[in-house]
Design a protein. Structure first.
Length: 798
């Protein structure tokens, strides 16, 4: 097969990253300046009812070589994670932790108790949020094979297909038949079988849950595909409407075959429509898989030992090398002159663009292909546009859209076929189908997978955390002050660069630069084994001579126990080869004393784009001292704390983006909360609610019809669902309506003595009685007038 240009000049689709950092504000300040006094500040948003009582926790764990030690560290962090969500601290009216009189330690809630008993908290206190008593925990790996390529052939653990994993060393775990753990204690909350139906196999005991979870984590192992598909595995399990069953190659082009009904069935069982969803990714490498249909259906070739059309054999007879990018790519990957030398063979002779490629110095040298030792598969997936002139990976906006938007493409809409030429287009990704992550009900085998009714989950209840390759000092974790641990826009520049979407990496920390060569600013290579540099002075100790077969690291850390490479059946030991001397090895050949993580650029780019919903942490621990497992800086406890802190905000109060002024007479704020009931046969009257004014209802339903997609083709008419006004309950500053039995909501503000708004100066709370509106979707609309120079809001850091 030739390296064919099926779609004319190939243009890599850029990632759609927003300008916001992952440290975006939860409560925003909007300066007014010299606006006239009649200026209105409006905001409309989809809101959560606040009685989030389910959590679906998906771990995406890299199972390639060298991940075993990191999985063991994650295993040690499991108790901290479960305690943080299932046993929240007891707090007083000022949100301060209180002591348990018996133990002298901070008092924690008991998930087996009840709300009436304050979940076992001491008198006068309550949990900082209601303990999670209904939680699903599942795990997927990073292995999806090589999607048409042959680097990771089918068999073994090379392709886990984004199925939930139940690999356990040393005993069975009660997760069958669905391959996930279902935390479901016997308590008052779970007596409500409408909101909390019995799982197929419940785990009611905290100790059993902890033990089972730990076994599943280490059971992931490190024998998977070396071209990791971390992001695509998550997308495939949670989001892809029609996940392929297999990928084959016909006539040089990838073909996505069938629909994986196992993914659909496991997704349907695991994912509830009204849960908080948290994805936690653990990986030591950058996302390294291609979109098999990219480049006119030939993206799979980047995951193949032998590159189609290449005559340049790779070192050690291991296939052939890929074509280089044109000369412009080295300095300006975004230039229209940056493309692949592979097009020189198939472009139209005489065409100016074609002749430009053919005469480009890079395309003349070695016939446009990389030399034998210059295109190692181990380092192929980094800065691809710069090095190859095209980027065959999925654009990052695919994953950002998948975690935030109600509509996503099916496979046809990802790469539409040109009806006249039959050519496969570049990735388009137009929103065609209901995103399963935001659907009310997921399809069974044979059902329509595309036109699903929308559920009640909003994007603010979806979180994406990555524990990956980044130096700890770029994250400035403070176990005693979560505010100091927040990531700012300046921090993101150090982690990813000024504008990585457009290939502007100014300001990036040198340890986050992906390079096969030693980097200026990092201690240089050493020829003496065991001389690895000082980790107190540098995040990696030193760089090394990779011989073009490895990338430099983002960070390294000391192993608690040195590893003997002779006793490593996984083949993951980094210190067996006498020809290289990475900063991981002991003085004796075959002994490894440190572990490493590479810059995880693509994963962190998604975190950054998600703003408030993205969470970043480092894979390189601050402390691994035996006996310190419960300390806040041990292992992945820092990651767990950041994750729990972010999730508990979603389980408590909902910040408002502006401070509002109460009416002097009614004490109400100028806001309207609308509830769209989840059943078309339901009525506002039956719920004791009023319908909204005709003008508001008409506008709202117009927006809903626009979001419904093609109803004539089976889409769900969102405008057909009943729309009701949720009453506003007024409370004094420092007071709350959360325990009220009536349906309603209130605007709350912190006072000197009480903090009902929690971390924000002002928030919206739903009453206890509003729990009866389960299945409804809520919308908040506010209008506020300000005088010149008057502040339009208060700042709350993220």
């Amino acid at each position: 097969m030739k390296w064919i240009n099926r779609v004319g000049k190939w243009v890599a689709v850029g990632s759609a990253l927003t300008a916001m950092g992952a440290g975006g504000a939860g409560c925003l300040t909007r300066p007014v300046g010299s606006d006239p006094p009649t200026t209105k500040v409006n905001f409309t948003s989809t809101i959560s009812q606040q009685q989030v009582d389910k959590v679906d926790l998906l771990f995406a764990i890299d199972n390639s070589a060298s991940m075993g030690d990191k999985q063991e560290i994650l295993k040690d962090a499991v108790p901290q994670l479960l305690n943080g969500l299932l046993r929240p601290y007891c707090v007083d009216q000022n949100s301060a932790h209180v002591k348990d009189e018996k133990t002298g330690k901070d008092a924690v809630a008991d998930p087996n108790s009840s709300k009436e008993l304050k979940f076992g908290c001491p008198a006068g206190t309550e949990p900082e949020f209601k303990p999670v008593t209904d939680m699903h925990i599942g795990i997927v790996s990073s292995s999806l094979g090589t999607m048409g390529g042959d680097v990771c052939p089918e068999g073994g653990r090379n392709n886990d297909k984004a199925h939930l994993l139940n690999y356990v060393d040393g005993g069975a775990v009660p997760v069958t038949p669905n391959n996930f753990l279902a935390w479901y204690p016997s308590n008052e909350e779970n007596a409500d079988k409408v909101r909390h139906p019995d799982p197929a196999v419940a785990v009611p005991d905290f100790g059993a849950l902890q033990e089972s979870f730990q076994k599943l984590v280490v059971g992931v192992a490190q024998n998977g595909c070396g071209l990791e598909a971390q992001l695509e595995s998550v997308y495939r399990f949670l989001i892809q409407p029609d996940p392929w069953e297999s990928v084959t190659v016909a006539g040089g082009s990838a073909v996505l075959n069938g629909i994986d009904t196992t993914v659909l069935a496991q997704r349907r069982d695991f994912l509830r429509p009204d849960s908080l969803v948290a994805i936690v990714m653990l990986t030591d490498e950058d996302d390294s898989s291609a979109d098999p249909l990219s480049v006119g259906g030939q993206g799979w070739a980047f995951m193949n030992q032998t590159f189609p059309g290449s005559e340049q054999a790779r070192t050690n007879n291991a296939g052939s090398t890929a074509p280089k990018g044109t000369s412009a790519c080295a300095t300006d990957p975004g230039s229209p002159d940056c493309t692949s030398c592979g097009f020189a063979k198939t472009c139209k002779p005489g065409d100016p663009g074609c002749e430009k490629i053919k005469n480009d110095p890079n395309c003349v040298d070695n016939k446009g292909y990389y030399a034998a030792g210059a295109d190692s598969l181990n380092v192929r997936f980094h800065r691809m546009k710069e090095r190859y002139g095209i980027d065959p990976q999925y654009p990052l906006r695919r994953y950002v859209d998948g975690l935030t938007k109600q509509r996503v493409p099916d496979r046809v809409a990802e790469h539409p076929i040109d009806p006249s030429t039959k050519a496969i287009s570049n990735y388009v990704g137009a929103g065609k189908c209901t995103n399963p992550l935001f659907a009310a009900k997921l399809p069974k085998d044979g059902d329509d997978y595309c036109n699903l009714a929308l559920g009640t989950r909003s994007p603010d209840l979806v979180f994406f955390a990555v524990v990956g390759g980044v130096p700890q000092d770029l994250l400035h974790f403070d176990p005693k002050d979560s505010e100091k641990s927040l990531i700012t826009a300046d921090d993101w520049v150090k982690i990813l660069g000024k504008d990585p979407e457009h290939f502007h990496y100014e300001g990036i920390n040198i340890h986050m630069k992906q390079s096969v060569n030693p980097r200026d600013g990092v201690p240089g290579p050493s020829t003496q084994r065991g001389e690895n540099g000082d980790l107190k002075q540098d995040a990696v100790g030193r760089d090394y001579v990779t011989n073009g077969d490895d990338l430099q690291y983002a960070c390294t850390f000391d192993l608690p126990t040195p590893r003997n490479c002779a006793n490593d059946p996984s083949g993951s030991c980094d210190c067996k080869d006498s020809n290289v001397n990475p900063p991981l090895c002991g003085a004796q050949l075959g002994t490894q004393v440190r572990a490493k993580a590479y810059p995880t650029i693509r994963e962190f780019s998604v975190v950054r784009a998600l703003g408030q919903q993205g969470i970043i942490s480092s894979l390189c621990p601050l402390d691994l001292t035996k006996g310190n497992e419960s300390e806040p800086t041990y292992g992945y406890n820092p990651a767990v704390k950041v994750i729990v802190d972010r999730l508990k905000n979603a389980l408590t109060t909902q910040c408002l983006p502006q401070q509002l002024t109460r009416d002097e007479t009614t004490k109400e704020v100028p806001c309207l909360v609308l509830a769209q009931l989840g059943d078309v046969s339901d009525t506002c009257q039956a719920r004791g609610l009023q319908k909204p004014p005709a003008e508001i209802e008409s506008k709202f339903r117009e927006q809903q019809r626009a979001a419904s997609g093609n109803v004539a083709n089976g889409g769900v008419d969102l405008s057909a669902y009943p729309l009701c006004v949720v009453p506003q309950l007024t409370v004094d500053k420092g007071a709350s309506c959360k325990d009220a039995s009536d349906i309603g909501w209130c605007y709350v503000e912190n006072s000197d003595t009480n903090q009902p708004a929690g971390r924000c100066p002002q928030a919206l709370l739903f009453s206890e009685g509003s729990g009866g509106l389960s299945g409804a979707r809520f919308s908040l609309q506010c209008i506020q007038q300000f005088q010149p120079g008057q502040a339009a809001g208060d700042v709350s850091k993220q």
